[in-house]
Design a protein around this ligand. Sequence first.
Ligand SMILES: Nc1ncnc2c1ncn2[C@@H]1O[C@H](COP(=O)(O)OP(=O)(O)OP(=O)(O)O)[C@@H](O)[C@H]1O
Ligand SMILES: [Mg+2]
Length: 304
Amino acid sequence: MIDFTDLPMRRKTYAGANGSKISVIYNGEQYMLKFPPYAAKNKEMSYSNSCIAEYIGCKIYESVGIPVQETMLGTYTTSKGVKKVVVACKDFAADGKVLQDFASLKNQIIDSERNGYGTELDDILQTFEEQNAIDHRVIANRFWDMFIVDAFIGNWDRHNGNWGFLYDSKTDEMTLAPVFDCGSSLYPQADEKLMEQILNDKKEIDFRVFEIPTSAIKHNNSRINYYNFISSLEYKDCNDALKRITPKIDLDKINEMIDNIPVIDDLEKKFYKTMLKERKKRILDFSLKKLKKREKQKKQELEK
Ligand SMILES: Nc1ncnc2c1ncn2[C@@H]1O[C@H](COP(=O)(O)OP(=O)(O)OP(=O)(O)O)[C@@H](O)[C@H]1O
Ligand SMILES: [Mg+2]
């Protein structure tokens, strides 16, 4: 584990509501160090596991071939002598490019009454059509690919400020930014007691596969339930992303990555591996099977 204490600091600051962040130079490159935030919803827990979730979530994105920030786990000892586990996220906007989030792209739509941070699905999809900054297929595919991976890792916070673009102010070019902020995934406020309880009770697992977390994206003003939405097969672009991403998820490799994390114990590893296995099987694999069956039936009808 790398000790990130006493590294040269940069003046760059980072926003976000989930924990302190500083900018440091490690091995000649700039990193955002993310500290664990307080676990507001779990009073028995001092800090949430969001740094571990950030690391696992980003490694999963990487494993399915979606560009994502580079992450490393390490420790940082505060001036009060408290040692914390932190996640270092390589700054992908360090070479003069500016990160512009999707919320700001949504603000560009002049005649719209919607605000940039509104996450109603149909408004988001309409913004893809109306904006001219980036090829509409490119942005839609990234959105749905992220939706599928976020469903897998149980991310409840992919709001419009948590994905975006890199803008080059010299050339006026804009490209997709690597994926960042996966810290609100994998039930980050579950402590050891709760993990144990969930692992020993099928109903608790079911609840965390079929009901929570919900997506930050809303449909008819309610947060989307990942299972209901994906298995409904109603959105073609979502179905296409399901077909693209699901076969790329290699649970053995993901389990190995989790097993190699030094700072967490066996219970925590088992918890993440179990929840990922269940979410894949019952949300993604189930929906993909249903989709393939439907496609086969349609094909047979056409051939009749
Ligand atoms: N790897 C990175 N390189 C450059 N900038 C980044 C990177 N990761 C995040 N940022 C910027 O820093 C901000 C805060 O980071 P992040 O979203 O991870 O924090 P957070 O506190 O979890 O946010 P939220 O309020 O969404 O929970 C982001 O909104 C983005 O503008
Ligand atoms: Mg964020």
